[in-house]
Structures are given as C-alpha cells and as structure tokens.
Design a protein around this ligand. Structure first.
Ligand code: NAD
Length: 478
C-alpha cells in the first residue's frame, strides 16, 4: 500500500473566524473556574484519552509508520509526563507573585497576577503528531486559555481523536479546545485569530509566522529546526556513545528536531567509533510499525528527496556512504545511512536532513569540534561525550544551543522543568518549565493601597518646596 498521509479538506478563513468566536466565548467561562477545578477536569480528560490508547496508537501507526514502542513511549507517555508536571506544579507556577517596593509604599501591596491571554494558536508539524500538539495544549489550557490547534495537514487524525474525546467527556466548555484542519494558509488564519502563537515546524515557515505576528504585535514562540552536533572526545564512554549516536539519529527514522545530525569524533577514537557505529546500524530491525521493529519509514514524501539529495552530495564530495537504499519508494522505506569522513561543506553537515542519515567526521581537537559544531545557523540541541564529566560540562557551556547534554541525548523534552527551545535559526522563546507555562499568561501588575483608606498621598497636588525636598530625601533610602 502506498503512503498517502491524511490530507483532509481544510476549513475556510470564515470558518476559522467562527471557530475562534466560539473559543473566545468558552474561554471566558473556563478562565473563571478555579485553577484546582481546571486541573481536576484536565486530569479526568486525560484519563479518557489514555483509555483510548490502542486506537490512538493504531492511528499514529497508520499515519506515520512509527514503531509501536516509539508511539507508546515518545508520543503518549511523553504527554503523560508533561501533564504530570504541569498539573502538579500549576499552583506554584501561576500563583500571584509579591514583589519588592520602595519603603514608603509600606501601606500598599504590589504583586504580579498571571492572566490568561485568551486564545492560544498551536501550529504543529508531522513528526510528532500527538506529543507536540497535545503536550502543548496541556499548559495552555491549565493556565486558563482556549486552544485552536492546527495540526500538520499530513498527520491530523490523532489530534481529531483527542478533540472527539474532549467533546464526549463534556468536561471542557464547548469550543474551548478545537482542532482546525488545513494547510499553511489555514495555519496563517489560525495565527490571525489567536492572542498568542506557539509554532513548531521548519525555520522557513516559522519566519513567515513571526512576520505576520509582528504586524499585529502578537507574542509568538517559535520551535524550529536543528542540526545536533555530537562532540565525542577521545576519552568518551565508547559503547554508550555509539548506541546514543545510533538511537539519537535513527529514532523516529531521524525525524526528530533534536536528533543527532552531525558527529565530531576526536581522531584517536574515530576508527573504533565508526566501526562500532556501522555494526550497531546493521543490528537495527526495520519494518512498518510493528511491536518488534526499531526503525520505521519516512513520514513525509518530500523527506525521501531530501535524504537522497544529501547522500548524493556527500558521495560526490568524497564521503564513504553506506546504506540509504530506497527499499520501497511508495512506502517511503529507506535503509539507515552512514556517512563517514563527512566534511563541513557537505549538505549532510550544513542543512537539516531530518531523516535516517548519520554523518560522522574526524576532528583533531575539542576546540576544532566546538568551532565546527557552532558553524551553523541552527542552535537547538547538542551533546558532549567524555568520561571526564566536568570537562565535558565545561565544554558544553560554549556550544551555541538551547539544549545541551553531557553523555546523553534526546531527553530534555520529558524533563519538563527544563525550558525547551533553540537559539539562532532554531527558534525564539521556550516551551516547558515554569516560564513556559507563564508565557501563556499576561503578567498583570497589581498595586493595592491598603491604608489609611481616605487620605491623599503627599506627592499628589498641591506641590510645595518642602514636600518636594522631603520626597527626594525619602527616595534616597528606597
Ligand atoms: P512546516 O513548517 O512545513 O509545517 C509546520 C506547520 O506549520 C504545519 O502545520 C503547516 O501546515 C504550518 N504552516 C506552514 N506554513 C505556514 C504559515 N505560513 N503560517 C502558519 N502555518 C503554517 O514543518 P514540517 O515539515 O511539518 O515539520 C518539520 C520541521 O519541524 C523540521 O524542521 C523540524 O526540525 C521542526 N520541528 C521542530 C521542533 C522543535 O521543538 N524545535 C519539533 C518538531 C519539529
């Protein structure tokens, strides 16, 4: 069976406007519930979604061809961890925050209140069709907002199941969480109707969304592409580093924004590292989304062209390439590829491949590795590998990336207390963490005069020389 994705008919701009009006109305009801009530209802909704796990797994499997293990753990358990973090910490994160003030304001209270923004537009890609949209909807909803979700036109069905379950529970006001189907133009209409946009996708589309948001002065958070450099020092723990490179690249068939794209190995370790990586790749079991497969297919047809173009370019420029054969073009099945002796001028090292291609390059020193790692417009994830953890940690501070790991890969997303996001062309702002929940709220600064109830302040009219001098004296001790 050929892979066709799920292109469903998109909605019109007018329909997006109607949906947004319904979302706005629902949000005013939702925002008046107490936080405890919102948390309770979202936990109950999640219990229903989790109960529909087999149907969701099957839908994602059909749409993406991912191994079942990856759907269960990365997509569904991933959301469960996000929900646990935000439901457990919401009260602490969103509680009013008292602030300091000048001493002569001793009779007033000053604090910051977190007011929901209104409608959050979530625009999401095809590589994680459940984790990203549902995971981002959780903190947006808990903090009192409505959500308009525009999933990728290529993989919309699991989000539609969630919408259906939400409706059936009757636990959220009608229209509070809506899934809007369509392409980029529909995404743009959703962005237009939203009070804040959280966009996840390619850098090219992210820039368009940011330009449109700037026109309307709307906050926008961008989670974009990456080119993970893995820096393997000569004293790296070899077995773990090899398995991490292979899992970090070939999980989700290489279609992970934080996936390992470039490996820089100190030349002393290069022969042993590359030999072990080649062996490890051979052990991968590839199939079409079964229980016991490690590697699935590509999700999006255009990725096949990108993968082939990157491999051809690497071959033409003298790299040693193994694998990367098209097993079945219609099914988007391509074997895992290893590119050895890669060089910075090759596409595999300079452009996001986002496919099952691992490029490895020898370097003379950690400094050379660091220079090459940073020589890219991207700055999402990176990792440094050494048995000397302190040294690796020190080196990681100089890597230009929003997410760095030492002797680890791909774990940031589920450690929700960590801000997740990139620098340079990899994005703007962060999801997750306390700040990643507060961003869904407007900080409202509150100042309350408490006593004496009916006396004017001395800095109000009428002015006098003596009052002015007294105020200046008071401010010196503020
Ligand atoms: P894409 O940019 O083509 O599409 C992403 C979403 O944006 C889709 O829903 C699409 O319909 C919509 N869209 C496209 N143009 C739009 C516009 N002008 N206005 C509004 N919406 C628009 O990306 P993709 O191919 O679906 O996803 C792959 C990319 O996503 C890769 O670059 C990958 O690295 C990145 N990604 C990043 C993260 C992260 O957290 N940083 C996570 C996953 C994927």
């Amino acid at each position: 069976m050929a892979v066709s994705g799920t292109i469903l008919p998109g909605v019109s701009k007018e329909q997006v406007q109607e949906r947004a009006a319904a979302a706005r109305q629902a949000q005013t009801v939702w925002a008046r519930y107490t936080l405890s009530e919102r948390v309770r209802r979202l936990r109950a909704v999640w219990a229903e979604i989790d109960a529909a796990r087999p149907r969701i797994v099957e839908t994602i499997r059909e749409e993406t061809g991912k191994p079942v293990a990856e759907i269960e753990t990365m997509e569904i358990d991933g959301v469960s961890l996000i929900l646990t973090y935000f439901t457990r910490h919401a009260h602490r994160i969103l509680k009013d925050r008292p602030v300091s003030k000048p001493w002569f304001f001793f009779n007033k209270r000053a604090y910051v209140r977190h007011v929901p923004r209104g409608i959050i537009g979530l625009i999401t890609p095809w590589n994680m069709p459940f984790l990203i949209p549902v995971g981002d909807a959780v903190p947006a909803l808990i903090s009192g907002n409505a959500v308009l979700l525009k999933p990728s036109e290529w993989t919309p069905r699991s989000a539609l199941i969630v919408e259906e379950i939400v409706k059936a529970t009757g636990l959220l006001p009608e229209g509070l969480f809506q899934v809007i189907i369509g392409d980029g133009a529909v995404g743009a209409a959703v962005a237009d109707e939203s009070d804040m946009i959280l966009f996840t996708g390619s850098t090219a589309s992210g820039k368009k969304v940011a330009r449109a948001a700037a026109e309307r002065l709307k906050p926008v958070v961008l989670e974009l592409g990456g080119k993970h450099p893995m820096i393997v020092l000569r004293d790296a723990p070899l077995e773990r580093a090899v398995k991490a490179a292979v899992w970090g690249r070939f999980a989700n068939s290489g279609q992970i924004c934080v996936g390992v794209e470039r490996v820089f190995v100190e030349e002393e370790l290069y022969p042993r590292f590359t030999e072990a990586v080649a062996k490890e790749i051979k052990s991968l079991r590839q199939g079409e989304g079964g229980e016991d497969t490690d590697l699935g297919r590509l999700i999006f047809p255009r990725q096949l062209e990108v993968v082939q173009a990157h491999l051809e370019d690497a071959r033409a420029k003298g790299a040693r390439v193994t694998g990367g054969e098209i097993i079945d073009a219609e099914k988007l099945l391509v074997s895992p590829a290893l590119v050895l002796d890669a060089r910075p001028d090759m596409k595999v090292m300079s452009e996001e491949t986002f496919g099952p291609v691992l490029a490895v390059m020898p370097v003379r020193s950690p400094e050379e590795a660091l220079r090459l790692a940073n020589d890219t417009p991207f700055g999402l994830a990176a990792s440094v590998w050494s048995r000397d953890v302190a040294r690796a940690e020190a080196l990681s501070a100089f890597v230009e990336a929003g997410l760095v790991s030492v002797n680890d890969v791909l774990s940031h997303y589920v450690v929700c207390s960590l801000p997740f996001g990139g620098v340079k062309d990899s994005g703007l702002g962060r999801r997750h963490s306390d700040e990643g929940m507060r961003m869904f709220c407007q900080p409202q600064s509150v100042l309350v005069h408490e006593w004496p109830p009916n006396l004017p302040e001395m800095w109000w009219f009428p002015y006098s020389r003596m009052k002015t001098r007294l105020i200046s004296w008071m401010t010196r001790f503020a």
